[in-house]
Design a protein around this ligand. Structure first.
Ligand code: KG4
Ligand code: ZN
Length: 380
């Protein structure tokens, strides 16, 4: 089995993935939401110190799960990029120590690749945490029997129609990717400034809703719908720009200015109306740019991954768009949308099977993806 570690941002997580059938056999994660909530965003120094405390704590639990017998662990996979340097280093240090102690190889994993592989995590156990605690969550569109199909999608594509388009929406990234196989993933579009998830966090900060903002803003947006309040109307980003790129900072500023002009303190109705108006504009922007992508993309399959892919309204809008263009939509299980070590372990197995290891002395963290992580796109 592979032991995997994720600490690229504010989630300390470990997992065990069986090599032979690529199944997840153990997964543990501690989020730092409450510690960062009062600041309205991640404080890297606090995040780093919490990882230093919690990674060893959860390693202890993982060892108990294995009855202290670590001999079945064949390699350690760890997120080394992209992410916050001060938090990535905590995971890498633990990984190196384990590799040295157990005399096993190290696998360095790109976090974004991890999000893509969150589509094919298959569990060999049932847990309470597997139950989705979000209210009004849609039934997962990705049935378990489709997972093996998705997995084969991520293997070598001979035919253009078989390639997988991916929208990655997280706190650090907003990208459209084209996946041809494990080593051939190209970035088709990305954000010029803030990411989709980050803009939710910043809007939540202006509204004093705490961190992470995505679920909070979504909750108020839903409240706006339920009470039939009129959503605030915000301009849709890059409306007349025909390039495949995203931008959220203008929208975020428009929200800030609108809030400033309102009578303080804001009423619940104001918060709901701002949240819904912002969510509408942000999702409309994503839908319009993906529509542009679909006009050129010949692949039949499309997926949405990353923490913000949990957003129900985004899922609904993208599902409609996929129907319109006859694309088959894949979504990760909600528990694996946000950062987790299970997805890192799943990529780790792929590297392991290809003998792709990094010597301990060469392994480093990097705040951004490395040059070789993605390939140039010929089509776009
Ligand atoms: O993938 P992730 O866990 O971490 C990064 O790699 O950045 O994504 C976290 C981001 C946060 O910005 C959070 O606000 C956003 O995902 N998010 C959401 C929702 N749930 C989480 N954004 C919009 N709607 C949601 N329901
Ligand atoms: Zn992430």
């Amino acid at each position: 089995m592979i032991l995997s570690i994720e600490s690229s941002c504010d989630d300390s997580s470990l997992a065990l993935t069986r090599i032979i059938d690529k199944k997840l056999i153990y997964h543990i994660k501690i989020s730092q939401d409450s510690e960062h909530s009062t600041y309205g965003g991640i404080v890297p120094e606090i995040a780093s110190r919490l990882h230093a405390k919690r990674l060893p704590e959860i390693l202890k639990k993982l060892k108990m799960f294995l009855n202290n017998d670590l001999s079945l662990i064949k390699a350690v996979a760890v997120t080394t990029r992209p992410g916050l340097s001060v938090t990535l280093i905590e995971g890498l240090m633990m990984a190196k120590t384990l590799c040295l102690g157990l005399q096993i190889p190290l696998i360095c994993v790109n976090h974004l690749k991890g999000h893509i592989y969150s589509l094919c995590i298959s569990k060999d156990f049932a847990t309470d945490s597997a139950k989705d605690s979000r209210k009004n969550a849609p039934p997962p569109l990705l049935e378990s029997h489709l997972k093996s199909h998705t997995e084969s999608l991520l293997e070598s594509r001979q035919n253009k129609q078989d390639s997988l388009g991916v929208l990655l929406v997280s706190g650090g990234h907003t990208q459209i990717l084209q996946v041809n196989d494990f080593h051939h993933i190209s970035i088709i579009a990305q954000s010029l400034d803030d990411s989709f998830g980050e803009s939710f966090d910043k809007v939540a900060k202006h509204l004093n809703l705490g961190y992470p903002g995505g679920p909070q803003v979504e909750r108020y947006a839903k409240n706006c719908e339920i009470n039939q309040y009129k959503p605030y109307e915000f301009p849709i980003p890059l409306l007349h720009n025909k390039k495949l790129e995203f931008s959220f900072s203008g929208l975020k500023n428009a929200v800030r200015l609108a809030i400033q002009e309102m009578e303080q303190p804001l009423s619940l109705q104001d918060i709901a109306s701002i949240s819904k108006g912002f969510q509408n504009a942000a999702c409309e922007h994503i839908v319009r740019k993906t529509r542009l992508f679909f006009q050129h993309f010949e692949g039949k399959y499309f997926a949405i991954v990353g923490g913000a892919s949990a957003n129900t309204y985004l899922r609904e809008r993208m599902s409609e768009l996929c129907n319109e263009f006859d694309k088959e939509l894949y979504l990760a299980d909600l528990e694996f949308c946000s950062d987790n070590a299970a997805m890192i372990g799943r990529v780790g197995v792929e590297h392991y099977l290809r003998d792709e290891f990094t010597p301990l002395l060469e392994a480093q963290i990097a705040p951004k993806s490395l040059k070789g992580d993605f390939v140039e796109s010929a089509t776009f």
